[in-house]
Design a protein around this ligand. Structure first.
Ligand code: NAD
Ligand code: KPL
Length: 300
């Protein structure tokens, strides 16, 4: 497991709890020493905290990798893949758990000797401290092949045994695009208005044109659905997550880099490549980039 953060930690804790072999690959010796000092990972879920001494190592000490979950931010995925490349065995299964689009195919071309699968997750988790993970919301992990049609791997049973919600899909691209569309409709506006998801409930005038253009983009990418469907789904998610701060707003408030390049950035680049004029999306992207720039945050 590389990326012992919120979601990686959540997966690792459940695999370890089910008695399955798991090893965390930490960034360096300093991080490893801090992990050992903390006596491992802690997971709080349903008000219950458990301490889990999950084995950890650095890449230099890692055993040959035959199965890997890469659970870092989208912008860290290619640099991590370049580091991992010599350690990943030919034909190894690599699960790519990143939000948005763009990083998955980029990693797959770095790890071209491995078998890369993408995960689209609707689970929620955050870090209370460096090695203390808080589970925050049930969800699903959709898993699927990036390019060819494939049968689900038999090791999905191990995820079932560890109570990691999972479902195989023959069309992971559609899952990733739909989630990207929701994140493009909701997250930037929460940042620009510095508000909870629920406070967007009255912003139909802003959501409507963005959802209409996102729907055009989804259709151009073979994902069916009308603008009305996407707006209704966006409003449903806004209501269901009314008290949440979007992940992008959390990043901005904490002065962390956002995944903009893999969300709105990816959407706008894809639209340009297809010669689609999507002015509302373009305008939202520009406003968000400006908002990040004046706060000294990366605009990609
Ligand atoms: P996170 O920042 O909590 O964890 C990522 C971890 O990866 C960090 O601990 C970081 O230090 C580590 N990392 C990065 N590069 C590394 C390297 N080269 N070597 C070792 N460790 C490295 O991120 P997260 O919230 O778990 O998100 C992971 C992905 O899942 C993101 O794309 C995110 O958008 C997506 N996602 C997150 C949630 C959530 O609730 N947290 C939900 C759905 C999707
Ligand atoms: O996925 C999300 C995010 O914040 O990134 C939503 C669905 C908007 C929930 O907050």
């Amino acid at each position: 497991m590389l990326g012992a953060g919120s979601l990686g930690g959540l997966w690792a804790a459940r695999l370890y709890g089910a008695g399955l072999p798991v090893c965390l690959i930490l960034r360096d010796q300093v991080r490893l020493a801090a992990y050992q000092e903390a006596s491992g990972l802690s997971l709080t879920s349903a008000e219950r905290a458990v301490s889990l001494p999950i084995p950890a190592c650095t890449l230099a000490d890692a055993p040959p990798i035959r199965r890997l979950l890469l659970a870092c931010k989208a912008y860290d995925a290619v640099p991590a893949a370049l580091d991992l490349k010599p350690y990943v065995q030919t034909g190894a299964d690599v699960l790519l758990l990143q939000n948005g689009l763009g990083s998955q195919h980029a990693v797959a071309s770095v790890l071209d000797h491995a078998h890369c699968l993408a995960v689209s997750s609707t689970e929620g988790a955050f870090r209370r401290s460096a090695f203390h993970i808080q589970a925050a919301g049930a969800g699903q992990n959709w898993i699927g092949a990036l390019t060819h049609h494939e049968s689900p791997p038999s090791w999905l049973e191990e995820l079932d045994a560890a109570n990691i919600p999972n479902a195989w899909t023959d069309d992971i691209a559609t899952r990733l695009w739909r989630k990207l569309a929701l994140n493009c409709a909701i997250n930037p506006l929460t940042v620009l208005h510095d508000c909870t998801n629920g406070q967007l409930a009255t912003s139909t005038d802003e959501l409507e044109p963005v959802c209409a253009e996102l729907s055009v983009l989804l259709n151009a990418n073979g994902v069916p659905g009308t603008p009305e469907d996407l707006l209704a789904e966006t409003q449903r998610v806004i209501t269901a997550t009314a008290h949440n701060l979007s992940s992008m707003l959390q990043d901005v408030r904490a002065a962390r880099r956002t995944e903009i390049a893999y969300l709105l950035g990816y959407a706008c680049t894809d639209a340009q490549r297809r010669h689609l004029a999507l002015p509302a999306l373009q305008n939202l992207h520009e406003r968000l980039r400006h908002h990040l720039a004046v706060r000294g945050l990366p605009v990609d």
